[in-house]
Write a protein that binds this ligand. Sequence first.
Ligand SMILES: [Zn+2]
Length: 176
Amino acid sequence: MKNYLVFILLWIFSKIDKLLASKEEKKLFRKCTLRVNAYIDEECKKLHIKKPLVVIGLISNPTTRGECIREGHVIRIDPLKGDEYLTTLRHELRHVWQWTYREDIIRWTHENIERNDDDSYRYNPVEIDARHYAEFHDDNGIMDIPVAVLEKMNENGKLTQKLKALLTVSLDNSDV
Ligand SMILES: [Zn+2]
């Protein structure tokens, strides 16, 4: 399905979410939308990326605060999962950056790292990079590791261990 169709569907769902929300929740939707709109242009400029379509809406997984879908063309942020909107936004925009400049690593990660294995998901290179960027607003060089090197580390069973050593931030914002 085309990205804009997915966006329209998600947007309709988010409108329904808003309609069904309580007064308190409506306030959070509004606050999140305002903050994201105020910040996103500057952040995209800093990352040299094309602005993705952004949907502020509910995400059914109880621990997921945001997600980057459609190869970085669409991001979603759930306003009811805490008010760290800008950290979540930076995290998701970093994934857009990864799709723009490091697509090979993203694809390799998707093919080689099991998402249902907690440890390897948390310690996979694209998530470590996105968490680091979200927190420190800079690059820790992890995305400069060539795929061939990641491949070798993975074959030796050393990848998770090596990536853990590069971990610079807490895992608090890992479920995004
Ligand atoms: Zn992520």
